[in-house]
Design a protein around this ligand. Structure first.
Ligand code: CTP
Length: 236
């Protein structure tokens, strides 16, 4: 790591969550976890401390400071809540299931009728809880998977969830995104800026994203140092 680059603390969520229906079945999604793991590795390679909180994936965790495996959205919520305060930046790359079954059958559900209904309830929005519920003041980064109106959906999410940066990708394309080795994303910043990252490997995209987050952390630190030196000057 170069002398002038500071060691920063990153929290990364990755992969899908699994929401159990009974002892042998669950609801989940197609997230491979590759983008989140690429981000964790990129931050690690740039000399940062990384806490990786991951749903079930078929990937080997990079040698991060702490790697936490969870299954459900509620478990991911608790893991994030207990660790987010010490992070300079929190990156929410996990594809968290929006709903979970209201109740989990203790025994395997047997087939009886021709139709069955599963009642679902909303999972908490982990990223959306970062600011008010967890009181997180660091750099907050969300992901959005969109099939249409990418910019307006992404900007809406950025604002609603209190993010500094939202990384949006177009999941209507089959050559990038879910399961693929490649990705192409647009970064939307809370100051209105945007940056398109052309199609590249998820590792290359991750490195670019980590560099952008480093700049946001540095800018935030610079601004707060400036504010406290003004306060000090006024007190003198
Ligand atoms: N997220 C989360 N907890 C949830 C749901 C989502 O932390 N329960 C995070 C994801 O990790 C991601 C962002 O929120 O960073 C995605 O926001 P979301 O509103 O779920 O967007 P989509 O998945 O694109 O779904 P939708 O468009 O249906 O809102």
């Amino acid at each position: 790591m170069s002398e002038d680059r500071k060691r920063m603390r990153f929290l990364v969520t990755a992969g899908p969550t699994r929401e159990p229906i009974d002892p042998v079945r669950f609801l989940s999604n197609r997230s491979s976890g590759k983008m989140g793991y690429a981000l964790a590795l990129a931050a690690l390679n740039r000399g940062h401390e990384v806490v990786l909180i991951s749903g079930p994936v078929a990937l080997k965790s990079p040698a991060v400071a702490e790697s936490i495996s969870v299954e459900t959205a509620l478990e991911m919520f608790a893991a994030v809540e207990s660790r987010i305060q010490s992070a300079d930046a929190a990156i929410f790359c996990a594809a968290v299931a929006d709903y979970r079954p209201v109740s989990v059958a203790e025994e395997k559900i047997k087939k009886t009728a021709d139709h069955m209904q599963l009642e679902l309830t909303r999972n908490p929005d982990i990223l959306g809880s970062a600011r008010e519920q967890f009181g997180f003041r660091g750099i907050l980064v969300g992901f959005a998977a969109e099939t249409n109106d990418l910019e307006s959906h992404a900007r809406g999410k950025l604002r609603r969830k209190g993010c500094d940066l939202l990384v949006a990708n177009d999941v209507s394309r089959s050559d990038i995104g879910f399961g693929s080795e490649k990705n192409e994303v647009t970064l939307f910043f809370s100051d209105g800026d945007r940056l398109h990252l052309a199609c590249a490997s998820k590792q290359e995209i991750a490195e670019e994203v980590i560099r952008e987050i480093e700049k946001l952390i540095e800018d935030r630190k610079g601004a707060s140092e400036k504010a406290s030196s003004i306060e000090l000057n006024q007190a003198e």
